[in-house]
Structure formats: structure tokens, C-alpha cells
Write a protein that binds this ligand. Structure first.
Ligand code: TRP
Length: 336
């Protein structure tokens, strides 16, 4: 059976929060159990260099993100789980496909456009102030990540869809000009997976500083849940679950029966204090075991390293063979 290849990258900046788990990690791990899919999940540490220049942070984030995926039971024998920078073939492909990428295409990439717009709004003379080649060419590196493994499907957040379309465009140009046979990748945006709200009711995001860390200690989890913004309705007054962050977080972890029962509680006018305590108990029940595993894993970086090297070995074997074909196609080959 020809498996569908599903590939996604996680930039190694920061510490995972509940929103990351619900939006990306949980669906990815669930999908990895399917037999008709070959999953490629990687730590995008080359990409992390675009966003941050603190070596300690990038290193620590790589450790934390790898530990998180393993703590939730990712089976590294079933999936190819690797660190981008362990696959130098990706960096080489980045160069090759970059030579087939129009600069004008990159001018339209939204991360770059946002930077230019911010400069413009700040009254800067130079529209490119603070823009590195890394930021400008970031979609090319993403294309190399994807095309290296001929991924069919790429699960991403809505903000990344444009980059997958660019990868498709680049693959098409390569195929047309060099007669390579790159798969044209498709973005998959989870319609059913929730985008969680944060403490203040806006989308949970590091940039809003409103996140709930996935593995914060119990006490802090309770404290954060108590901080979640609710309205001023009193106990006994019916409440609207559909506009409530507590309900939304609950729903992301509960089954249909649990969600229906919780909905009824809102209609019956449960008090915010009780709803918050219950959410804590429920969430803590789900996170307790992975949390323990997570801290045990952080104490054993050598084990994590070994898991990543195992993944790199699998990934590199495939990447090296594919890169060989690509090199020959573009004319980089022995003279005799
Ligand atoms: N840029 C992606 C993000 O910020 C991460 C990423 C890097 C990625 N390379 C990728 C995602 C390749 C999918 C495929 O979310």
C-alpha cells in the first residue's frame, strides 16, 4: 500500500502551551496511529534561528518540545521524528530550490510583508529594516522541508497555508523545468481542531502573553485557570457556554457526553468558581501522567537525543537518496 505522507514542523522557540497541544500535537499524535499514513514530524530548529538569536533558548526549546511529544506517547518507531538540523540534505535542497524561486514570490510572503508594513507604520526610511535573508527566504526553507520527503499533506495553522502554496509552486517549477517528480503538497488546516482562547479571551498565543503552559505545576495550573476571564453573571444565572473560554478548553479534552453534560451545567446556572475548579480537576486528570513523564524526560536528555538520532537516521537515508536524484536532475553530477 502506498501510504500518504504527512509532514509537519514545529519551530523550536518557546515552551509548548495548551493551545499548541490541542491545535497541533494532539491531532498529530492521534493521526500517527493510522496505518494508511506515514508521518514525518520534525523540530524546525533552522527555522528557529530566524526568530531568535539566543542559543540557550533554542537549545532548551528543542529539548522541551521533543520531551513534550514523547511525553504524550509519540511512537518513534511508527513515525519519523527528527531534528531539521540533523538533515543537512535539507539545507542543500534549500539552495537548489531557492534558485528556482522568484524573488517576487517571496516579496508576497506575509511574514515579510508584515515586517515591511511595521517599518512603514513606524515611519522608517528603510522598508527592509531588521529583515534578514532568513526571514525573507523562510518559505523556501519550508519548501525544502516538505519537498525533501515528497510529503502529500502538510497540517498547519491557517497562517501557514500561503507557504504550502509556495512550496507547491516551487515544486511545479522544478518538475516543469528539470523533469523532477516532486509531489505537489497540500495544506491541511484542521477544521475540527479547536483554536484555543487564552486567559484574556483572545486566541492563546505567546505573542499575547495569555497562554497556559502545558506542563506548569498543578498549583500554577489552578492559579492560571482562576485567572481566565469570565463575565459577571452570578451563580444561578444561566450562562452561554459557546462564548466561554472555560467551556472551550473543556470541550477540547472531553468526549461528546461530557461536553453535553457541561453545557447543561451552564444552562442551569453553575457558578464561575465551581466551573473553574471543575475545569482544573478535569484538565489536571488529563495532564498528570504526561506531566510526570515530561519532567522525567527532561532529566534524561541523553535518551531524547538518542530518539532524535534514530529519527535522523531514518530521515537521512531517505533524504540522501532523493537528493542524489535531484542533484543529477539539475546537472550536479560526476564528470565521468
Ligand atoms: N513555519 C512553520 C510554523 O511556524 C513550521 C515549519 C517549518 C513547518 N517547516 C515546516 C510546517 C514544514 C510544515 C512544514 O508553524
Amino acid at each position: 500500500m502506498n501510504k500518504t505522507k504527512v509532514l509537519t514542523g514545529i519551530t523550536t522557540t518557546g515552551t509548548p502551551h495548551l493551545g499548541n497541544y490541542v491545535g497541533a500535537i494532539k491531532p498529530a499524535i492521534e493521526q500517527s496511529w493510522r496505518d494508511d499514513i506515514a508521518s514525518y514530524y520534525f523540530l524546525a530548529d533552522y527555522h528557529a534561528l530566524i526568530k531568535g538569536r539566543d542559543p540557550k533558548r533554542i537549545h532548551q526549546s528543542t529539548l522541551e518540545i521533543a520531551a513534550t511529544w514523547l511525553a504524550f506517547g509519540l511512537d518513534t518507531d511508527r513515525v519519523t521524528f527528527y531534528r531539521q538540523s540533523d538533515i543537512p540534505e535539507i539545507a542543500e535542497l534549500n539552495w537548489i530550490v531557492g534558485c528556482m524561486t522568484a524573488k517576487g514570490l517571496m516579496n508576497r510572503a506575509h511574514a515579510y510583508k508584515a515586517a515591511v508594513q511595521a517599518n512603514d507604520e513606524a515611519g522608517e526610511q528603510d522598508p527592509d529594516k531588521g529583515v534578514t535573508m532568513g526571514l525573507f527566504c523562510y518559505p523556501v526553507l519550508m519548501a525544502a522541508d516538505i519537498l525533501m520527503f515528497n510529503a502529500h499533506k502538510v497540517p498547519v495553522g491557517r497562517d501557514q497555508v500561503q507557504h504550502i502554496e509556495m512550496a507547491r509552486d516551487i515544486a511545479g517549477r522544478m518538475n516543469h523545468h528539470y523533469k523532477t517528480r516532486f509531489v505537489l503538497p497540500e495544506a491541511v488546516v484542521g477544521e475540527t481542531t479547536a483554536v484555543l482562547n487564552g486567559l484574556d479571551g483572545r486566541k492563546m498565543s505567546k505573542s499575547y502573553d495569555n497562554t497556559i503552559g502545558l506542563f506548569v505545576p498543578e498549583k500554577q495550573l489552578l492559579k492560571l485557570i482562576r485567572k481566565i476571564k469570565t463575565n459577571s453573571l452570578e451563580p444561578g444565572e444561566p450562562k452561554d457556554p459557546d462564548t466561554c473560554t472555560l467551556f472551550q478548553i473543556y470541550s477540547a479534552f472531553a468526549d461528546a457526553d461530557g461536553i453535553a453534560a457541561k453545557r447543561q451545567q451552564y444552562i442551569n446556572g453553575a457558578g464561575w468558581g465551581d466551573l473553574k475548579n471543575e475545569l482544573f480537576e478535569f484538565l489536571n486528570g488529563h495532564l498528570q501522567l504526561p506531566r510526570e513523564r515530561y519532567y522525567a524526560l527532561l532529566d534524561d536528555p541523553a535518551f531524547i537525543e538518542q530518539e532524535l538520532l534514530k529519527g535522523a537516521q531514518k530521515a537521512r537515508a531517505e533524504a540522501a537518496e532523493h537528493l542524489g536524484t535531484i542533484r543529477r536532475a539539475v546537472g550536479l553530477k560526476p564528470l565521468a
